[in-house]
Design a protein around this ligand. Structure first.
Ligand SMILES: *[C@@H]1O[C@H](CO)[C@@H](O)[C@H](O)[C@H]1NC(C)=O
Ligand SMILES: *[C@@H]1O[C@H](CO)[C@@H](O)[C@H](O)[C@H]1NC(C)=O
Ligand SMILES: *[C@@H]1O[C@H](CO)[C@@H](O)[C@H](O)[C@H]1NC(C)=O
Ligand SMILES: *[C@@H]1O[C@H](CO)[C@@H](O)[C@H](O)[C@H]1NC(C)=O
Ligand SMILES: *[C@@H]1O[C@H](CO)[C@@H](O)[C@H](O)[C@H]1NC(C)=O
Ligand SMILES: *[C@@H]1O[C@H](CO)[C@@H](O)[C@H](O)[C@H]1NC(C)=O
Ligand SMILES: *[C@@H]1O[C@H](CO)[C@@H](O)[C@H](O)[C@H]1NC(C)=O
Ligand SMILES: *[C@@H]1O[C@H](CO)[C@@H](O)[C@H](O)[C@H]1NC(C)=O
Ligand SMILES: *[C@@H]1O[C@H](CO)[C@@H](O)[C@H](O)[C@H]1NC(C)=O
Ligand SMILES: *[C@@H]1O[C@H](CO)[C@@H](O)[C@H](O)[C@H]1NC(C)=O
Ligand SMILES: *[C@@H]1O[C@H](CO)[C@@H](O)[C@H](O)[C@H]1NC(C)=O
Ligand SMILES: *[C@@H]1O[C@H](CO)[C@@H](O)[C@H](O)[C@H]1NC(C)=O
Length: 395
């Protein structure tokens, strides 16, 4: 059987829709090659979705930026796509947001993912403010690990596994067996064993500021740890000032710190304005406040405005220092605002070229040499593939 990629090249002269011959022929061949690569991986529904996406403003901007720099695509296979409800696949805005969460800045080879329990954190292109509220409008991340030779994407309602990998030009394509879900709000984190914490936050008026904050790191005591500590506190557990201070000592306000940033040890300031330290050794990662130490039992649970790390104890620090909290917050937001470029390597990994190259997310505009992959090029590419499929049937 003839290779579809070679047959496709023969069809390229037919893609004559564009006005600028130089640019459009390279754009057309890039798109046609990509669509051909997706087709040879049997990703026909993703291919269709990409073509539909080219018709939306944000989708067009993302697709136009595809040839610039390295990117990684987590590509749901057709079986995965067919499980997505029709009211989502037919809604281009919804579909666009979901697909943006499958596109990652930087090349992540299948061999490079951290071994469990360590995680590789990747910056995606999803930054719709209706779904993501991180500091400095950063895009949401994905968390992956290598578990016994299989690459898994974490924080998902179902297990998501990389089935196979391929490359096309500057793109790494990992085929996955489920469509990825976008991280929920803290209060919708139903599976995380933190309902006691959520109700404590609610009853101390902390829930609203937490939900309204942009960029949070929350060290969340498990239900067992929190209920135990509250009963040990006795009468003091009803002291609102004290409980607010204690809970605030579990939060870093204004910075989303994944396990990859905390691993090497860090001195932080809590939302109550007290010192908060992390360290790790061969038995795991630990967090300390005043005289309390707790172990991180599950890290990198993503929420729309930050990250949650589950801990096995309560940091019983009743002290607070509002002015230290305010200045830590303004330093954090100031620092975040200076990081304008997207990371091109693993987020938080030391030595990685974080934000080394300028990102073109957001504006679909073309710098010099930009190909400008417009909606027309995508439709034409798909038409060519369709013609090819038709031609092959005749052979
Ligand atoms: C076509 O693209 C080339 C290279 O980007 C550019 O120099 C040229 O001005 C463009 N021509 C037209 C007609 O837009
Ligand atoms: C694509 O599907 C065809 C037919 O179902 C199968 O023979 C082929 O192995 C599949 N290719 C890949 C890369 O999964
Ligand atoms: C894209 O939009 C054009 C015109 O707005 C329309 O004709 C075309 O069918 C659309 N394509 C897709 C795949 O939605
Ligand atoms: C893209 O990735 C390759 C290897 O994966 C690397 O050699 C190259 O420098 C990267 N390019 C950019 C622009 O980061
Ligand atoms: C899609 O339909 C389901 C029920 O059939 C509903 O729960 C969900 O909210 C709908 N989603 C959208 C985006 O309309
Ligand atoms: C990426 O993985 C492929 C095999 O899947 C390998 O051939 C290639 O050298 C790897 N590239 C890098 C930069 O590690
Ligand atoms: C996880 O990362 C730490 C710190 O980089 C390292 O010491 C440890 O060996 C890693 N664990 C695994 C299983 O790779
Ligand atoms: C998900 O993966 C874990 C660990 O490999 C396994 O224990 C669990 O059964 C899997 N769940 C499903 C629904 O496949
Ligand atoms: C974070 O700091 C800002 C500014 O001081 C404040 O409005 C917000 O409520 C704080 N969030 C938390 C969770 O403490
Ligand atoms: C509540 O806790 C605060 C902070 O520890 C303390 O200053 C205050 O005296 C306590 N109030 C009561 C009524 O115990
Ligand atoms: C944090 O502070 C402690 C005590 O001041 C110091 O020993 C440690 O080196 C600091 N850690 C980092 C990562 O700066
Ligand atoms: C921590 O322990 C020291 C010495 O045992 C004690 O003096 C101090 O009050 C404790 N601090 C807190 C916040 O409990």
């Amino acid at each position: 059987m003839r290779s579809p990629r070679f047959a496709l090249l023969a069809l390229l002269p037919a893609l004559s829709l564009a006005q600028n011959a130089t640019n459009s022929s390279s754009a057309a061949s890039y798109v046609a090659g990509l669509l051909g690569a997706l087709q040879s991986l049997n990703l026909t529904m993703l291919e269709q979705a990409a073509v539909s996406l080219a018709n939306t403003t944000t989708g067009a901007a993302l697709l136009a930026a595809l040839p610039e720099g390295n990117k990684t695509i987590f590509a749901p296979n057709d079986a995965a796509f067919s499980m997505v409800p029709a009211n989502i696949t037919s809604n281009l805005a919804e579909l666009g947001d979901i697909l943006m969460y499958h596109f990652v800045s930087g090349a992540f080879n299948a061999t490079q993912f951290a071994m469990s329990p360590n995680h590789t954190i990747m910056r995606t292109f999803l930054n719709d403010s209706a779904l993501v509220q991180l500091e400095a409008n950063k895009s949401q991340v994905l968390v992956a690990e290598n578990m016994g030779g299989e690459v898994m994407l974490l924080n998902q309602p179902q297990n998501v596994t990389v089935l196979s990998s391929a490359t096309y030009e500057n793109l790494v394509i990992h085929v996955i067996d489920n469509v990825l879900s976008v991280p929920p709000a803290l209060t919708d984190l139903t599976t995380a064993n933190i309902s006691a914490l959520l109700s404590a936050a609610e009853s101390t008026n902390l829930a609203d500021p937490v939900i309204a904050s942009h960029g949070l790191t929350i060290f969340a005591p498990t239900d067992m740890a929190l209920t135990g500590a509250l009963s040990a506190l006795g009468e003091a557990a009803t002291n609102l000032t004290l409980i607010q201070a204690v809970l605030g000592n579990h939060i870093v306000n204004g910075t989303t710190l994944y396990s990859s940033s905390l691993m090497s040890g860090s001195n932080l300031t809590s939302a109550s304005g007290e010192p908060l330290m992390t360290m790790s050794n061969s038995s795991g990662m630990f967090v300390m406040s005043a005289n309390s130490t707790a172990k991180v039992v599950q890290s990198d649970i993503l929420i729309e405005n930050g990250v949650v790390h589950l801990i096995d104890g309560v940091l019983l620090n009743p002290m607070s220092d509002p002015s230290a909290a305010a200045s830590a917050y303004s330093m954090a937001t100031g620092a975040a605002a200076t990081q304008t470029a997207m990371e091109t390597g693993a987020v938080g990994a030391t030595g990685a070229a974080a934000g080394a190259s300028p990102s073109s997310s957001g504006s679909g505009s073309s710098g010099s040499g930009a190909m400008g992959l417009t909606a027309g090029v995508w439709s034409a590419g798909l038409a060519a593939i369709g013609a090819l499929a038709g031609a092959m049937l005749l052979l």
